[in-house]
Design a protein around this ligand. Structure first.
Ligand SMILES: Nc1nc2c(ncn2[C@@H]2O[C@H](COP(=O)(O)OP(=O)(O)OP(=O)(O)O)[C@@H](O)[C@H]2O)c(=O)[nH]1
Length: 704
């Protein structure tokens, strides 16, 4: 059962390996990651655990890609040689039962230099499926080759792992990830930021909550300065998933030991520390076998005064056993979570796949038809305020247009003030001018009309601007619609719809503008002085009179009562002369007597101090202009949006589908239009792969 758990994780590891290893994989599998400074003895520890020499050795950074090392305990079949059988079981015993490890093993184990005949252990690389490596030197060469393949031979590093599986009766089923050693100084043509690069890679692996950190530290250096431990504490400050290994205990100064560290008095870790002894440089040069080394290690701890009492908590076999049990425990704890994660991730990719649409494409014309139909419906929906994803954050579609009409445009129209252009002197000039050569009794009316017409023209600018604003809003809706992922599947078609839509709007804008201009022209052409809301001339005059000569309430000195008001003297002639609406204010207009007939100056203006009558006339005209102007404002604010609805908005809503079909459906280039987006094709491939991998993973975990 236990072995089965680890093998499940191993299978998952392989199944998920195409996802690019530890860091990118969406599923965080429990694994033991090995960190430590350069030359702290990581490779030695791993080789001792495996019981074989198979890791590249050399100077500088040897481990330059993560090595996912899956150790699989494989009991030899009964048919295999009896002697092999015996040896195999012995080493397992050595690993599993500390008590039995003192058995005499001399001459029985012949791992090193093993010939191809001895088929009880072999390695397999995930990148070379089916190929069994019986010769461990070949494994080493393959690791070097595969490392160089990805990183180049120039000592660069890469976080893409190499997956190696070792089947052996001499190992406990266990998965370890060997990571590059922490280094300080770049050598050779290593990038100058190699320290940071390595650190980043290690962090990617060890920061995952399911990573168990195997922190390798040389016992003959100060633990407090251990880079590996420092890094581990960055991601696991409580030390709950870090296990310490102390190497080179044999190299410690006479009289010193690691007892304080083991007792948790230096830097405590929940899983504690395990001291080990690997082969030194000399041992390797003298081709000391691992077997011999393990034997030496055992003897060292058993005979050392500091360790003899706890010798069975020391050394490589104990380390392997402990790692095995930590891993098992961890897997048992995390498996339900992993299962859930796999299912959730699988679902996510399955959904994305559905959204990308099926691979087998419908006929080109049905793709075009359905996209045009969708587009037209969505466009109408947005205009009508039925957009599915109604946002509470901002106005959209029809609501925005409504805002442009009733806020932007209305305010623009309201802000027009005729009197920022009309000066009193201009009114007077126009009054003179509009009387023409023959002074008229009714000049007032004409001056009013001339001025109002001039001012009405000013509505053209904001009205045409409104057309542009609405055009922009409609284009904005277009963008909103076609930015949905489903439109990106056929980029050419999307582009064509977008272009045709914009062209359609541009075409529609021309008659819209004409219509708008005509409306303003109509306003200009006929000034409706009979408009019921327009101030009456008489009312205007009374108001002006009031303004110019506020009534004074006279008091009878005898009675103390207010006297009946008398019409002021200046008002009299106006009232008298007034007959019609504007009744001849100008009948007594001052005419300059020109004694000598000089040519008039090129520019003639009505000059001089205005007479009281002129002032009054000017004020009356201003009042009337103001009154009429506000009528026009109301009309324009009301009618121009209606014109736009008719000519542009509703028209686009009703016509767009027909136009798009005419332009795009059943044309020769329809095949071109419905070419699928490369990104969609690519993404679909990725999603399919993910779904396949995760389905596989899901099947693997479902058996547990
Ligand atoms: N005496 C002694 N030497 C050791 C021990 N562990 C490792 N060494 C030696 O220390 C050196 C470095 O050991 P490695 O196992 O290569 O260290 P590493 O951490 O894998 O090194 P890099 O992969 O380069 O980071 C080698 O020469 C080993 O022989 C030990 O416990 N005792």
């Amino acid at each position: 059962m236990d072995e089965h758990l680890i093998s499940t994780i191993n299978k998952l590891q392989d199944a998920l390996a195409p996802l690019g290893g530890g860091s990118q994989s969406p599923i965080d599998l429990p694994q033991i990651t090995v960190v430590g400074s350069q030359s702290s003895g990581k490779s030695s520890v791993l080789e001792n655990i495996v019981g074989r020499d198979f890791l590249p050795r050399g100077t500088g950074i040897v481990t330059r890609r993560p090595l996912v090392l899956q150790l699989i305990n494989r009991r030899p079949k009964k048919s295999e040689h009896a002697k092999v059988n015996q040896t195999a079981n012995e080493l397992i015993d050595l690993n599993i039962n500390d008590d039995d490890k003192k058995k005499d093993e001399s001459g029985k184990h012949q791992n090193e230099g093993q010939s191809e005949d001895n088929k009880e252990e072999w390695g397999e690389f995930l990148h070379l499926p089916g190929k069994k490596f019986y010769n461990f030197d070949e494994i080493r060469k393959e690791i070097v080759k595969e490392t160089d393949k990805v990183t180049g031979a120039n000592s660069g590093i890469s976080s893409v792992p190499i997956n190696l599986r070792i089947y052996s009766p001499h190992v406990l089923t266990l998965t370890l990830v060997d990571l590059p050693g922490l280094t300080k100084v770049p050598v050779g043509d290593q990038p100058p930021d190699i320290e940071r690069q390595i650190k980043d890679m290690l962090l990617k692996y060890i920061s995952k909550p399911n990573a168990i950190i195997l922190s390798v530290n040389a016992a003959n250096t100060d633990l407090a300065n251990s880079d590996g431990l420092k890094l581990a504490r960055e991601v696991d400050p409580e030390g709950t998933r870090t296990i310490g290994v102390l190497t080179k205990v044999d190299l410690m100064d006479q009289g010193t030991d690691v007892i304080d560290i083991l007792a948790g008095r230096v830097i405590p870790l929940r899983y504690g520390y395990i001291p080990v002894i690997n082969r030194g440089q000399k041992d390797i040069e003298h081709k000391k076998t691992i077997r011999e080394a393990l034997e030496n290690e055992r003897k060292f701890f058993e005979n050392h005064p500091s360790y003899s009492s706890k010798a069975h908590y020391c050394g490589t076999p104990y380390l392997a056993k402990k790692l095995n049990s930590i891993l098992l425990h961890h897997i048992r704890q995390t498996l339900p979570e992993i299962k859930a994660k796999i299912e959730a991730t699988l679902k996510k990719y399955q959904n994305e796949l559905i959204n990308l649409g099926p691979e087998t494409m419908d006929s080109a014309s049905s793709v075009v038809l359905s996209m045009i139909t969708d587009f037209s419906n969505e466009y109408a929906g947005i205009l009508d305020g039925e957009a599915k994803e109604l946002s509470s954050q901002e106005l959209s579609g029809g609501a925005r247009i409504s805002y442009v009409f009733h806020e932007t445009f209305k305010n623009g129209v309201d802000s027009l003030d005729p009197f920022d252009q009309i000066k009193d002197s201009d009114i007077r000039t126009i009054m003179y001018n509009s009387s023409g050569s023959a002074p008229s009794l009714f000049v007032g009316t004409e001056a009013f009309e001339v001025l109002v017409k001039q001012q009405i023209r000013r509505f053209e600018e904001p009205s045409l601007r409104l057309v542009t604003l609405v055009f922009d809003e409609l284009v904005r809706m277009l963008k909103q619609i076609i930015s949905q992922p489903k439109y990106s599947r056929y980029p050419a078609l999307r582009e064509a719809i977008s272009n045709q839509f914009i062209q359609f709007l541009k075409d529609a804008t021309i008659p819209t503008n004409e219509f708008v201009v005509d409306i303003i022209k109509a306003e200009q052409t006929y000034i409706n002085t009979a408009h019921p809301d327009l101030l009456k001339g008489s009312q205007a005059m009374v108001m002006v009179e009031e303004k110019l000569h506020p009534r004074q309430v006279a008091v009878d000195p005898k009675t103390g009562k207010p006297l009946p008001t008398q019409p002021s003297s200046s008002k009299a002639p106006v009232m008298e002369e007034k007959s019609g609406f504007f009744g001849g204010f100008f009948s007594t207009k001052n005419k300059k007597k020109l004694a000598a007939l000089e040519s008039p100056p090129p520019v003639l203006k009505a000059t001089g101090q205005m007479t009281e009558r002129e002032t009054m006339e000017t004020e009356v005209i201003k009042l009337l202009i103001s009154s009429y102007f506000s009528i026009v404002k109301r009309t324009i604010a009301d009618i121009i949006p209606k014109a736009l609805m008719l000519k542009l908005i509703v028209k686009s809503k009703t016509d767009i589908q027909k136009v798009l079909l005419e332009k795009l459906y059943g044309k020769q280039d329809i095949e071109e239009l419905t070419k699928e987006n490369d990104i969609t094709i690519q993404r679909r491939k990725e999603c399919k792969k993910m779904v396949e991998i995760l389905r596989n993973a899901s099947q693997i975990v479902s058996s547990v």
